[in-house]
Design a binder for this molecule. Structure first.
Ligand code: GRF
Length: 285
């Protein structure tokens, strides 16, 4: 359980200890303050129970948020808890929601890119700002042009200079990268510049049928040749290895006895279009 929390919050074991101390001290302090204030305002056994409950709950819910910041400061954990408070304030609409600017990396037909662009065209906080492509004449470039989205054609050399390329994306305000049929491996400098902010979709149930060379028809041929009765899609975070990062979402389709790579690809595409925009939206939120 502690390991899971450490991974979730991306903290060291000593920081996790200080965070848990903050929660514990805040809990007892808030309970003590709530009791003291209740008696200070003169509430006793004769007071109508609902008034007491209302006062106690207000202190426990709202007072807790202030007290936790003070205690966090004492434990040297203010930045961690302030981020956590900002999330609550954003959800309550008190702080403005951060704008997410997506760059879609694609080099094919771009049917996924098209669905994603359409899905976010009127979104209040998420917008597709850039399409990055490595193939002259790729369908995705027409899709970007039709939607009025800037596109960037890159060559291998630009991509190898990943540190510079990442800087360029950051200067353009890109906050997240969405891979939708992009075949080049993402260089580590780009992964480091966008930690847990790069998402990929793969047309199979990873970890099966992933890795170098496993794309498009090759994947579906391999699934059918292996006699699998089920295939599907995997949406995952991107790390330095092909098709390897943490899985965010999977959905399955049956593989029919008379299946061809084309028929399987078509059904997988339907599944991708149905889920990818929705998963991107909840991942960012
Ligand atoms: C999709 O099947 C996706 O899973 C894979 O590349 C394909 C891109 O298709 N990564 P499209 O260009 O979006 O139609």
């Amino acid at each position: 359980m502690f390991n899971k929390l450490q991974q979730k919050w991306k903290v060291s074991s000593s920081q996790l200890f200080l965070i848990l101390c903050t929660f514990a001290v805040t809990g007892t302090t808030t309970a003590f303050i709530s009791r003291s204030i209740t008696s200070w305002v003169g509430f006793d056994e004769q007071t109508f129970w609902a008034w007491k409950l209302l006062l106690r709950l207000s202190i426990l819910i709202f007072g807790y948020q202030f007290i936790i910041l003070i205690v966090a400061f004492l434990f040297g954990q203010f930045p961690f808890f302030w981020n956590y408070e900002k999330k609550i304030l954003r959800r309550l609409g008190i702080l403005p929601v951060k704008q997410a600017n997506l760059a879609i990396f694609a080099s094919g037909k771009g049917s996924n890119a098209e669905k994603i662009i359409a899905n976010f065209s009127n979104h209040p906080h998420i917008r597709v700002s850039l399409v990055v492509c490595n193939k002259v004449g790729a369908g995705v470039l027409d899709i970007a042009a039709a939607a009025g989205i800037e596109s960037l054609l890159i060559d291998k050399e630009t991509f190898r200079q990943a540190g510079e390329f990442a800087k360029k994306l950051k200067n353009q305000g890109i906050t997240h990268i969405i891979l939708a049929g992009f075949l080049w491996k993402i260089p580590s400098a780009l992964v480091e510049a966008y930690p847990d902010k790069i998402l990929n979709i793969h047309p199979a149930l990873l970890p099966k049928y992933g890795g170098k060379g496993m794309y498009g028809e090759n994947v579906h041929k391999a699934v059918i040749a292996a006699g699998d009765r089920e295939s599907g899609i995997t949406i995952h975070l991107v790390d330095e290895h092909y098709d390897h990062g943490k899985t965010i979402f999977q959905a399955t389709v049956d593989v029919h006895p008379d299946e061809t790579p084309e028929s399987l690809a078509a059904r997988i595409h339907v599944l991708e279009h149905e889920h990818y925009p929705r998963v991107i939206s909840s991942w960012i939120s």
